[in-house]
Design a binder for this molecule. Structure first.
Ligand code: CP
Length: 371
């Protein structure tokens, strides 16, 4: 069964295919109005109401399908202590596809390992947000006409900003990408993203705390909100929340064809005066997100149909060897308090070998390195 848990689950060709479908939907919406007639999307959002949920719902309705679901943990059986695995099995009886947001990192992966229908990660803690990346990629592609050969600046909360992690993962596969990381020291990009993605793939990058100095280099500026809900200490949040506030003045030295993105919601980090600047693309980005989610739903439902065809194997392979094990099951334990294994006691702790030379194992749910 195909799912979208991490943006790397899709090849660059598949991402291009999704963008082609999204562009076709934009040009010919009438031909898509009944494509999902009789199909149900379950939106399982265990975090407060979000635009991502509304975007999924709008996408499914525009394809002629139905939507069931909930928008906060209190209105689901999670409040009664139901596991993610059981929820996924139950929802598989009612729906054809699931979009799940969960505060714990790796929860949508657990759902995908237990559901018999496709699962889409709609954001897991501070980890990943691949459908926001789909929106970001289509915005960059339509506004710049390319996905490679550009300098992309990420500004704000690069530690907890899951949209940043997913977009860096995606952009690192295109030619000629340079990344500029702009954040306070306390909110720097996690080392697993820096090491496993940027260093591993030889992507040039620089880190700075000063947005204005690097502004003239940038082709894309990706602003982010400081993620209050992920801070263990609210005093730190208050100290850091206004680290960067983009104003028209600060854009004076920017390129004339810069594009400014933001996954939204914004708090203070982009002054509303900037909205009038033609380089501000964050509201277009919202609209493109809906079209990419329509394209994604169509793709995953089509592939699910194929995988149910007779003779098609659908087995999740976790390789386990004794000599140099690719995978360790219940040998190491994940120490990340934000990982789904921290709350779901029955879950196996599975670590995958990600760096054979240095024997580095990482938790398959949250990518935390073993210690
Ligand atoms: N961009 C985004 O994920 O927004 P929400 O958290 O409101 O869904």
């Amino acid at each position: 069964m195909r799912n979208l848990i991490n943006i790397l689950d899709f090849s660059t060709e598949e991402l291009l295919g999704l963008m082609d479908t999204a562009n076709d939907i934009i040009d010919h919406p009438e031909t898509y109005r009944e494509r999902c007639k009789g199909k149900n999307l379950a939106t399982l959002f265990l975090e407060p109401p979000t635009r991502t949920r509304l975007s999924f719902e709008a996408a499914m309705y525009e394809l002629g399908g139905n939507v069931i679901g909930f928008s906060e943990a209190q209105s689901s059986s999670a409040a009664k202590g139901e596991s993610v695995a059981d929820t996924a099995k139950v929802i598989s009886c009612y729906a054809d596809i699931i979009a799940m947001r969960h505060p714990k990192e790796g929860a949508p992966l657990v759902a995908s390992m237990n559901a018999s229908i496709p699962v889409i990660n709609a954001g897991d803690g501070g980890h990943n947000h691949p459908t926001q990346t789909l929106a970001d990629l289509l915005t960059i592609y339509r506004e710049k006409g390319r996905l490679g050969n550009m300098t992309v600046g990420f500004c704000g909360d690069l530690k907890y900003g899951r949209t940043v992690h997913s977009l860096i993962n995606a952009l690192a596969r295109y030619e000629g990408i340079k990344i500029v990381l702009i954040s306070p020291d306390e909110l720097k990009l996690p080392s697993y993203v820096k090491k496993d993605i940027l260093k591993e793939r030889g992507i040039p990058y620089e880190q700075t705390t000063d947005l204005e100095t690097v502004m003239p280099e940038l082709d894309v500026l990706y602003m982010t909100r400081v993620q209050r809900e992920r801070f263990p200490n609210q005093d730190d949040y208050l100290r850091l929340k206004d680290s960067y506030i983009l104003t028209p003045d600060k854009l004076q030295n920017a390129k004339s064809d810069l594009i400014i993105l933001h996954p939204l919601p914004r708090v203070n980090e982009i002054n509303v005066e900037v909205d009038r600047d033609p380089r501000a693309c964050y509201f277009k980005q919202v609209l493109y997100g809906k079209y990419m989610r329509m394209a994604l739903i169509l793709k995953l439902l089509k592939e699910a149909q194929k995988s149910l065809a007779p003779g098609c194997d659908d087995v999740t392979v976790i390789k386990k060897e004794t000599d140099t094990p690719d995978c360790l099951v219940n040998v190491l334990h994940c120490s990340n308090p934000r990982c789904i294994t921290s709350t779901e006691q029955e879950l196996k702790h599975i670590f995958k070998l990600t760096d054979r030379e240095n024997k580095v194992y990482r938790c398959i749910y949250c990518e935390t390195k073993s210690i």
